[in-house]
Design a protein around this ligand. Structure first.
Ligand code: GTP
Ligand code: MG
Length: 452
């Protein structure tokens, strides 16, 4: 429904990929170029995200992006550290990100976390482009700082070009093995049907103009309807992280994808037991880069509109969960909003059985992904929870009926000191990893070994 307050929000772009393939370097370069273009003030550093306005995108992309062709306000980039799964980025029944950039090192090709990211992109139906990064490492490369890829290609020797092409076609082949028809982006006609591969370098900025052009084009062409939101409606977001901050206690790093949130708003947040009802004490944004060393690291703001990253300080947030929904109540019956949050959490709850393994994961989304992987591998789950491994988990695992089920599978979580002691004294076996499929594989091998 259109109404007077409808406007187009900033598309949310998640950057994902295997460890060290260059996600942060790519974002740093986009931020850095904006600074060197003299538009530092235009870039706003959010919690867990960076907003780049259309004018800045267009300056960086040069002739590839004409701002007159677009009516989206810009792009909001979310970095996902390699150890931290993209699965946190969920929203009402789907993916939080509107688009994703899958960063793949041209030297390494697909790696475990690339595969994992691909699985999630497939499951959530998130459109994505592949940034084939580090093209400057091609032997004999002649770098053309900041140039669009065609221009760079023309400056290369025949030999360097064919070496790069070989690597790119390997990535295109790997995409095809994963079920995606892909091609170099300039050969793609329909980005909804085919995945575009953009060769680039986060070191020399070659190809970054192309990446920005593809992202803007994709958002404008295919997602404009989804970007139309009621900008003054009650805010809706997803918890990225629960963090203790000096002077504030437990705070939430949130990506807001709908509406507006204001200081003083009553909010409902998904918690480990029940939805948490609380009131926003402060909305915090990081200070601009230049000021980061001052003792107060955050600026208090009165309100934040979607899409944006923001830190929320409020009482009673200790039991909030990463990956859980956040809703502003405003003008609605509190019970309805609590019910909405409860329903959303129920969608994520995991099927458990009488006998099975104990699963611990860092976020709701990763717990969900773990549960899916275990179901596929026909491994039953006795209990699945978000959080670090505690003594109680060891106790629960030791009650499993079959020996092979006396196991804790930890995805991206810590073992609390007391739990470590209990583990040493019990028969419970711990498997931990930050790659889901590796965790499942390790467990499978263990089962095979003891059943031999
Ligand atoms: P995690 O956050 O740990 O998952 O890694 P990341 O994907 O953010 O990788 P990051 O940006 O930290 O880069 C990893 C390493 O690769 C760093 O040493 C970068 O300097 C290097 N690197 C990134 N992009 C490029 C590139 O385009 N060319 C070259 N030569 N090196 C690059
Ligand atoms: Mg990084």
């Amino acid at each position: 429904t259109q109404n007077a307050t409808d406007a187009l929000r900033t598309p949310i772009v998640a950057v994902l990929g295997h460890v060290d393939h260059g996600k942060t370097s790519l974002l740093d370069k986009i931020r850095g170029s904006a600074v060197s273009e003299g538009e530092a003030g235009a870039i706003t550093q959010h919690i867990g995200a960076t907003a780049v306005p259309l004018e800045t995108v267009s300056t960086m992309a040069g002739s590839l992006v004409d701002p007159d062709d677009f009516d989206l306000p810009g792009l909001l980039f979310i970095d996902t550290p390699g150890h931290h799964s993209f699965t946190t980025l969920r929203s009402r029944g789907g993916a939080l990100a509107d688009i994703a950039i899958l960063v793949v090192d041209v030297n390494d090709g697909f790696q475990p976390q690339t595969e994992e990211a691909i699985d999630i992109l497939k499951r959530t139906g998130t459109p994505f482009v592949v940034a084939a990064n580090k093209i400057d490492t091609t032997p004999g490369w002649n770098p053309q700082d900041g140039a669009p890829i065609q221009q760079t290609y023309e400056a290369q020797s025949q030999r360097a070009r064919s070496m790069l092409d070989e690597r790119l076609y390997e990535i295109i082949g790997q995409l095809s093995d994963s079920g995606f028809s892909a091609d170099l982006y300039w050969r793609v006609q329909n980005f909804q049907k085919n995945v575009g591969v953009v060769p680039l370098s986060a070191l020399t900025s070659e190809g970054i103009p192309d990446l920005l052009a593809v992202l803007m084009g994709l958002s404008q062409r295919y997602m404009k309807d989804e970007m139309a939101i009621d900008v003054s409606g009650p805010g809706a977001g997803t918890v990225l992280e629960v963090k203790d901050e000096k002077g504030f206690g437990a705070t939430l790093d949130v990506v807001l994808y709908d509406g507006v949130i204001r200081a003083g708003d009553q909010i409902v947040v998904g918690g480990t037991n029940e939805p948490i009802v609380t009131e926003v004490r402060a909305l915090l944004q990081p200070r601009p880069n230049a000021e980061i060393r001052t003792e107060k690291r955050f600026d208090k703001v009165e309100q934040v509109g979607a899409a944006a990253g923001v830190k929320i300080a409020a009482p009673d947030l200790d039991d909030a969960m990463a990956g859980a929904p956040v809703r502003v109540v405003r003008d609605r019956p509190l019970d309805d909003v609590v019910e909405e949050v409860r329903k959303e959490l129920a969608q994520i709850s995991v099927e458990t059985e009488e006998d099975g393994v104990v699963v611990k994961a860092d976020t709701l989304g990763s717990l969900e992904a773990m549960a899916n992987a275990l179901k596929e591998a026909e491994i039953p789950i006795l209990r699945a929870e978000v959080g670090d491994i505690a003594p109680r988990d060891v106790a629960v695992a030791s009650t499993a009926g079959e020996d092979v089920h006396q196991v804790i599978l930890g995805f991206n979580v810590e073992v609390l000191p007391d739990a470590r002691r209990e583990l040493e004294e019990s028969d419970v076996k711990l498997f931990s990893n930050d790659v889901i499929y590796q965790l499942v594989q390790d467990y499978d091998e263990y089962v095979e070994e003891i059943q031999r």
